[in-house]
Ligand binder design. Structure first.
Ligand SMILES: Nc1ncnc2c1ncn2[C@@H]1O[C@H](COP(=O)(O)OP(=O)(O)OP(=O)(O)O)[C@@H](O)[C@H]1O
Length: 698
């Protein structure tokens, strides 16, 4: 078949598909507004279907794979799209196959060659031959691009990356996008991994971790539709701006209603805002606005409070409290009327089985009260004075049964008779003085959430699946708290140790987190290919990490070449004008949609922001509490740039003063935000993290 006839064939097929989709859409009637429950349910189903069809209408499919099962001689073209569509007249005939369907996995897993390929169907493995793998790009109902990445019998039998490279070369706006049309095999394996596991993903910068996790949620909801619900899934991300940045992906995949939050917001809500959080900006200022040493990070109170040894201290305190719940002395409200401790113990042990500690405590107290009322009634005690005296005794007795909120129990660790000797005095004093005023630091939230869950449990249903992004910044204790929110682990935990810039709170090795789960319930994947940046940028960034040592695996770039990375010395007096002229040049080139000037500190970013604004360049300044990221031209402190990406990045201060030897991860994060263009300027001595041979100038 010639290219022209193949193109015509695809155009005809597209016209047929669009026609079918539009017809089906038009047949969906208006919304039902009455009170009939069955009709309401049917209306919801119709709405669901409408949403899927609208997704299909925007882009019916993006790929085609021709597959011939070994037992047959029929070679079937399968069209893969974001939402499956069956023919109205024959529901068994799929005009579009949902990308999450088992057979669609062939589109992602097939890497070329004449051998048979296979996919797992509910009936077992299906084997066959792939004849064609074709990428199709449809925009506004028109076929705009067609690339064959594999044709059986042609000389080069490996699947080519041409379409992927085309997609990677595109500019980015202010939102992360879905990647269904170009999911790579190693990413697909993670997306389609089984549900009942804690999956850990170590992925280099730009390897698609965030994107993959979001696609995995969409896959799980499709594959386990009978067991998992979007509203019982939750995503933890580092800050609200990041949540805004990723907010477009799930709706585009037809998934809504998944909770998206930060650990701090989640914990504060769980604690019913019993405490308030000292400003996160203060914490960031403390760690990033001045130089801090690795020793300071290692000895930080955050590391201590996130550790399993601190959890052991908390567990011990909970156990001591549990031991004190059932009274060891008899209750005697009236002479001769005795409730024995053995009886209370029996109620406690047998009647309230799996309840949480404080719920058991409350039930025991109610049971004692009921016993008291019924005994008084049986004995016919009506004398008001006697009753009042007995009631006073009851209240005094019940008061002695310990009752705590999470904060109250936590506070006992730091002050007073029961203070833990294992908590260093300075940490105890600082924590206590904050707690007294109802304030906590981020580091207190994991223990508090954990205590709350042990004392009172989760008010909402347990989570079917938990996603934790940037998990290298999580402590083992945080994960232990989240573990209590599930009946069995089903998690996707992703991060990059090389970007672990919050080392005053996070982990040093994945083992610290994986060890919390049974081995057979744990999966570990590595993503080493980086899709975001050009080869030049990745190679440059890898050298920075080389200076860090520690045997970290370098990122492997996709073969996408771009401009060389520029490092430019500039006179201090020309620093601001240098930044302005670079931004102007990039803007006027028309090549880049998103441009970021990345500074080392928030203070420096403010200066840059003002300078750009004075020139009428309309930048936005990214700050720690920001709820949204607007794209365009932005000025970002390096420690807030994590997770984001920009077409062009200017590192504004690559000086030795700004980036000392132990700041390699910070500089690495900054550089790996760039897709196509990276430039670094320095007005003082260049940071030693950049080797002399890395220097290229325009
Ligand atoms: N298979 C793919 N096809 C096309 N683009 C991809 C693919 N995988 C990743 N990308 C793109 O690479 C970029 C980085 O993805 P993402 O932000 O998910 O990576 P990450 O590993 O979370 O990065 P980081 O840790 O640096 O924040 C995004 O623009 C994403 O769309």
């Amino acid at each position: 078949m010639t290219v022209q006839s193949a193109y015509q064939e695809e155009k005809d097929r597209l016209a047929m598909s669009m026609n079918e989709i539009v017809t089906q859409l038009n047949e969906i009637g208006p919304r039902y507004t009455g009170n009939d429950f069955t009709e309401q349910m049917l209306d919801l189903q119709r709405e669901e279907r409408k949403k899927r069809l609208e997704i299909a209408q925007r882009e019916p499919y993006f790929g085609r794979i021709d597959f011939q099962e070994v037992q047959t001689d029929k070679n079937k073209p399968l069209y893969i799209g974001k939402a499956g569509v069956a023919k109205q007249s024959n529901k068994d005939e799929l005009i579009v196959i949902d990308w999450r369907a088992p057979v669609a996995s062939l589109f992602y897993s097939f890497t070329g060659g004449e051998d048979t390929a296979a996919y797992e169907s509910p009936e077992g493995e299906i084997e066959g031959y792939v004849h064609l793998k074709r990428n199709l790009m449809v925009r506004h109902g028109e076929l705009v691009r067609m690339v064959d990445s594999y044709t059986r019998g042609q000389e080069d039998e490996a699947v080519t990356d041409e379409f992927l490279l085309y997609r990677l070369g595109e500019n980015k706006d202010n939102k992360l996008r879905d990647i269904v049309s170009t999911i790579q095999h190693e990413q697909d394996q993670i997306i389609r991994s089984e549900r009942a596991k804690a999956l850990f993903i170590q992925g280099v910068a730009g390897s698609g971790k965030t994107t993959v996790a979001l696609h995995r949620l969409a896959f799980l909801l499709y594959q386990y539709a009978d067991r998992m619900r979007a509203e019982r899934m939750i995503i933890f991300a580092p800050n609200r701006m990041f949540l805004d940045y990723i907010s477009g992906v799930l709706p585009e995949l037809g998934v809504g209603d998944i909770q998206q939050t930060t650990f701090a917001d989640w914990a504060l809500e769980l604690l019913e805002h019993e405490v308030s959080l000292a400003s996160t900006a203060d914490t960031l200022n403390y760690w990033f606005e001045q130089h801090r040493t690795a020793e300071e990070a290692a000895n930080s109170s955050g590391r201590l409070k996130g550790s399993l040894s601190f959890k052991a201290i908390v567990d011990q305190r909970i156990a001591e409290t549990a031991d004190r719940i059932v009274p060891v002395i008899p209750f005697e409200p009236l002479p001769g009327l005795v409730l024995k401790p053995e009886q209370m113990q029996e109620w406690y042990d047998t009647d309230y089985g799996e309840e949480t500690l404080m719920k058991k405590r409350d039930r025991l107290a109610s049971r004692i009260r009921r016993w008291f009322e019924s005994e008084l009634k049986t004995r016919g005690i009506a004398d008001k004075k006697i009753r009042a005296k007995a009631s006073a005794k009851l209240n005094a007795f019940l008061k002695k049964i310990p009752s705590y909120t999470a904060t109250q129990l936590y506070m006992t660790l730091f002050h007073g008779k029961q203070a833990s000797p294992e908590v260093p005095k300075g940490v105890a004093a600082a924590t206590w003085s904050r707690l007294k005023e109802g304030r906590v630091e981020g580091e207190d939230l994991a223990p508090l959430a954990y205590i709350h869950l042990r004392l009172r449990g989760l008010q909402t249903p347990t989570y079917d699946h938990i996603v934790i992004d940037e998990a290298q910044d999580y402590s083992p204790f945080q994960l232990e708290a989240l573990r209590l929110c599930q009946t069995a682990p089903s998690m996707t935990v992703l991060g990059d140790l090389q970007q672990g810039i919050h080392d005053y709170a996070g982990i040093q090795s994945w083992k610290e987190l994986t060890a919390l789960f049974e081995e057979e319930r744990t999966g570990y994947f590595e993503l080493n290919r980086s899709y975001r940046s050009t080869m030049e940028i990745i190679e440059f960034a890898n050298r920075i990490l080389g200076a860090m040592g520690g045997g970290v695996k370098p990122a492997v770039p996709v073969f996408r070449s771009g401009d060389p990375v520029l490092v430019e010395a500039i006179e201090p007096v020309s620093w601001a004008s240098g930044i302005i002229s670079t931004v102007r040049e990039w803007q006027s080139s028309g090549l880049y949609e998103t441009i970021s000037v990345i500074g080392r500190t928030a203070g420096q970013c403010e200066i840059i922001y003002e300078a750009l604004k004075a020139e009428g360049l309309e930048p936005s300044l990214v700050q720690s509490k920001q709820p949204e990221y607007g794209g365009g031209l932005s000025v970002v402190p390096v420690y807030l740039s994590k997770g984001l990406e920009f077409d062009a990045v200017l590192i504004a201060d690559a000086d030795a003063d700004s980036y000392a030897d132990h700041d390699a991860k910070l500089l690495y994060v900054g550089c790996t935000r760039a897709l196509h263009k990276l430039k670094l300027i320095h007005s003082g001595k260049l940071t030693a993290l950049i080797a002399p041979e890395q220097l290229t100038t325009e």
